[in-house]
Write a protein that binds this ligand. Structure first.
Ligand SMILES: NC(=O)c1ccc[n+]([C@@H]2O[C@H](COP(=O)([O-])OP(=O)(O)OC[C@H]3O[C@@H](n4cnc5c(N)ncnc54)[C@H](O)[C@@H]3O)[C@@H](O)[C@H]2O)c1
Length: 289
């Protein structure tokens, strides 16, 4: 099994490791996995070429209504056509997907299929929905079969999924690189997911010009996710977080072609209470962005 496909294990699987002169009382081995990434202004117009490399003839493009209205999926369809690939656009992705919305997307894909590949264009909601559709239409079964235990059965996909090209139009979730999809299970009122290396997109195409239309509140949410993740990382490494605050000092926009991208500036401050040392200590970490 390749490293990308297995969890990290220390030989013997036990901690702490002693007798080597280094303190390894914490797990220090991890596996980093990511798909190939094509980045650059205009990269979205190369998706037809990329999909043709996988031998695909018929492709489903998944997106949400707002991103569809921007014309990006139609542009991808044109690129596919230039390389002899037929495609359809499904714009029924639910923002913050649910088991119900993913089932509906998979139902559409089953009825209109078969498909040789998928393109997900949008934020984490579109990419996660495409991962679930790829899984359910290729490997069969229902969402409950694959959802993480104890919510679902935690079943692993039995076979290789179809090529999935992920085209993020937001920044923050990283779903174009991850091996998981996240959804709300409505009847249980929980947010959970499916996590398996076979879900990871085959290729990520990141075209920064697609982010020019992101609404400020979506940018702000992504920024908040990043700073919270930073605080949690700091907490796990350095001690217990006493306080965590983010102060926004300014929001400015850069306009091009009548569209504006918003950038947030401010300061994030984390106050730490030390742990595991002879004398209790505190520290403040400040980062500006
Ligand atoms: N799979 C993962 O690894 C992972 C990680 C973190 C979060 N998530 C999931 O991702 C989802 C959130 O995704 P998100 O924050 O990227 O946004 P989103 O996909 O939920 O979209 C948010 C809104 O922004 C709009 N939008 C997106 N791109 C736009 C653009 N370029 N111009 C104009 N409008 C645009 C969408 O139409 C939508 O209305 C959540 O469901 C979350 O659970 C997944």
């Amino acid at each position: 099994m390749a490293a990308d496909q297995a969890p990290a294990h220390r030989a013997g699987g036990e901690l702490p490791v002693t007798g080597i002169g280094i303190d390894l009382s914490e797990e220090t081995i991890f596996t980093w996995g990511a798909p190939p990434l094509k980045f650059g202004a205009g990269a979205v117009d190369e998706i037809g070429f990329e999909m043709a490399q996988f031998g695909a003839r018929r492709v489903l493009i998944l997106t949400d209504p707002q991103v569809n209205a921007l014309g990006i999926p139609a542009r991808i369809a044109e690129s596919l056509t230039r390389h002899g690939i037929t495609s359809e656009i499904f714009d029924g992705v639910h923002v913050e997907p649910t088991d119900d919305s993913m089932d509906k997307a998979a139902g559409y894909a089953r009825e209109q299929g078969p498909w040789d590949g998928f393109v997900a264009v949008g934020g984490g909601s579109s990419i996660d929905t495409a991962k679930a559709v790829n899984l359910l239409t290729t490997d069969g079964g229902s969402l409950m079969d694959y959802l993480n235990k104890p919510i679902g059965a935690g079943q692993a996909p039995k076979q290789q999924l179809k090529p999935l090209i992920a085209v993020p139009t937001t920044a923050g979730t990283g779903s174009e690189s991850t091996a998981m999809c996240v959804l709300d299970v409505l009847s249980m009122r929980v947010k959970t997911g499916i996590s398996h290396w076979r879900l990871r997109p085959t290729l990520a195409v990141i075209d920064p010009l697609l982010s020019l239309t992101i609404p400020p509140e979506v940018t702000a949410s992504a920024g908040q996710v990043q700073t919270t993740a930073g605080a949690l990382y700091t907490q796990s490494k350095a001690g217990t977080v006493g306080t965590f605050s983010v102060v926004l000092t300014s929001v400015n926009g850069v306009s091009a072609n009548g569209q504006t991208a918003y950038f947030l500036h401010g300061t994030a401050t984390v106050t730490l209470a030390g742990q595991g040392t002879a004398a209790p200590s505190t520290a403040t970490i400040t980062a500006t962005f």
